[in-house]
Design a protein around this ligand. Structure first.
Ligand code: 9D3
Length: 246
């Protein structure tokens, strides 16, 4: 996967991306990151890329020309380049795991980070293929959202997560929240590790973890539970939990 990020704050993207698991994937060559500083296409000697909005009002608008030239650089001047150009925008479709999975199928993504009150609509109409929001709260720009999208997409790419298991089959069907985890010592502040986890009985452990995962999901995020997608075993455990509060 190659990400090309168009931004006024390239260091914000680079410094976060070179850390952690995504950073490791970049070192391994599984992921490639290029940032383009939109300011380099400023149309005046002050390096400004924003201007007052036609029609008046508060705030500034990012100008079409510098953004357009940055997109052209990202596309390497290739005519008919089909690479998605994703605008990070509060007005975009809400980012989900399904979208992360979908984006992970591309070989390359161009991600445009907005700032100020917005971007001249003409460049959006001409160059942007998709708009994504990461949720209903107001940030100061699209850089953190771009990092969120890159993180979620990157972990879907084979080889990025070090461990043997694939990103999607972490615990059970993938829709459940996490079950409680424990490590040494066996007793901490008088609290013991659940007996079953010390039993060595892998089938019992699997069942216990599944039940705890379902319990947590039922308590905290019942909206995540989709009846149609449950296995027989999951349906039975869910029914037990609803029947007896145990
Ligand atoms: C006119 C009202 N504002 C929209 C709610 C203008 C505006 C505020 C903040 C426009 C852009 C921004 C900066 N935010 C992003 O660029 C952004 C964002 C966000 O603020 N929340 C969630 N997802 C995203 S993706 C990009």
């Amino acid at each position: 996967m190659k990400y090309t990020v168009l931004t006024l704050f390239p260091e914000m993207i680079e410094s976060a991306s070179t850390e952690s698991i995504v950073g490791r994937a970049i070192e391994k060559g599984i992921i490639e990151l290029k940032t383009i500083d939109i300011r380099k296409y400023a149309r005046n000697r002050y390096g400004s890329v924003d201007d007052y909005p036609f029609g008046g009002g508060a705030g500034m608008v990012m100008q079409a020309e510098p953004v357009c030239q940055a997109v052209e650089e990202a596309k390497n001047g290739k005519e008919g380049n089909k690479t998605p150009v994703i605008l990070m925008s509060p007005a975009g479709r809400r980012f989900t795991q399904t979208i992360a999975r979908e984006l992970a199928e591309y070989e390359e993504l161009i991600i445009l980070c907005g700032h100020y009150e917005g971007i001249d609509r003409r460049v959006i109409d001409e160059a942007v293929t998709d708009e994504i929001s990461i949720g209903d709260y107001v940030l100061t720009g699209g850089e953190l959202p771009a990092l969120v999208v890159m993180d979620a997409v990157s972990r879907m790419i084979p080889g990025v997560l070090g461990n043997e298991s694939s990103a999607e089959e972490e615990s059970f069907s993938g829709m459940w929240l996490e079950y409680p985890q424990y490590t040494r010592p066996r007793v901490f502040h008088g609290q013991e590790v659940p007996e079953v986890l010390l039993s060595g009985n892998h089938e019992q452990i699997r069942k216990w973890r599944l039940k705890e995962a379902i319990r947590t999901t039922l308590e905290r995020r019942p909206d995540l539970i989709c009846e149609e997608q449950l296995t027989k075993e999951e349906k039975k455990i869910l029914q037990d939990l609803l029947d007896n509060q145990n």
